[in-house]
Design a protein around this ligand. Structure first.
Ligand SMILES: C[S@@+](CC[C@H](N)C(=O)[O-])C[C@H]1O[C@@H](n2cnc3c(N)ncnc32)[C@H](O)[C@@H]1O
Length: 258
């Protein structure tokens, strides 16, 4: 089986790759679970997930909240096709091909915008991310939420180009990717299964570390620091409802409200 694992989004190229690797890590599953808790608290009528990839998060949420309408938006037609085929007969969920930076330039009906590992894909320069926040604030309804859930460069780093701090963090993320994938993938206590699981976990850990190198080079992975996002969100007009780490390897949720 051939896959292009050169960059993080490629985990989302096929359902099979996603299920085997990133979809089993503690950090991905942790963010999903926390986003679910926040949706339960906010009790929106409708949710738009921006950068919905193969739809794992939207599908999970649409099953949990059958009276909430969900739409998943992604710019790649191939992953939208996968998501659409996986949603089966869930009538409260649809997927569309679209650019999230354009989506926020129109009046936004949904009262909860969820971005799980997608805000950092708004490409440099950082002004593009600032414009996104301003557009979202302008076009969201009063009381609507914007939830940004992803990995951040730590505030303790000296800046976005502090490669040492970034690579140090990603070497820990590599270990966590390995460990959590190993234990989540292990489903039979026979030797073959353990060896196979070991290979999957190594692949996941190594690819997480490769993603960290891209983060350090700002190559396809344009991560930011929490303090920066809080400052720019406030400048756009948002109230900060939550700014909370979900683990010790810098996965975090920032929840804004208009
Ligand atoms: C890491 S994945 C998101 C995973 C997904 N939210 C989940 O929970 O499974 C990032 C996704 O954002 C999408 N993306 C990046 N830039 C985008 C844009 N400007 N508009 C729409 N989608 C975008 C990519 O195609 C990719 O599928």
């Amino acid at each position: 089986m051939e896959h292009d694992f050169d960059k993080t989004p490629s985990y989302f190229n096929t359902e099979e790759a996603f299920e085997k690797y990133l979809g089993m890590t503690s950090y991905y599953l942790g963010l999903q679970k926390c986003a679910e808790k926040l949706i339960r608290l906010a009790s929106p009528k409708s949710v738009a997930e921006l950068g919905s990839a193969t739809g794992a998060t939207c599908i999970r949420l649409a099953k949990r909240f059958s009276d909430v309408r969900f739409v998943g938006i992604d710019m790649r037609a191939d992953v939208v096709a996968i998501a659409t085929s996986l949603k089966e007969n869930l009538s409260n969920l649809s997927f569309v091909v679209g650019d999230m930076t354009q989506f926020v330039k129109q009046p936004i009906e949904e009262d909860f915008l969820l971005m799980l590992y997608s805000y950092h894909h708004i490409i440099d320069p950082l002004a593009n991310k600032v414009d996104f926040l301003a557009d979202a604030y302008h076009n969201m309804k009063k009381g609507a939420y914007l939830c940004i859930a992803e990995t951040f460069i730590p505030d303790s780093a000296s800046g976005l180009s502090d490669k040492d701090a970034i690579l140090r963090l990603w070497s820990t993320r590599k270990d966590e990717g390995f460990a959590s994938t190993f234990w989540n993938a292990l489903n039979a206590l026979d030797t073959d299964s353990i060896i196979k699981t070991q290979a999957i976990a190594e692949y996941c850990g190594e690819n997480e570390y490769l993603a960290g190198k891209l983060v350090a080079e700002r190559n396809d992975e344009f991560l930011i620091q929490p303090a920066w996002l809080i400052e720019k969100g406030k400048l756009a007009g948002f109230n900060v409802i939550l700014n909370q780490a979900i683990n010790s390897i810098e996965d975090r949720i920032i929840l804004f409200r208009k």
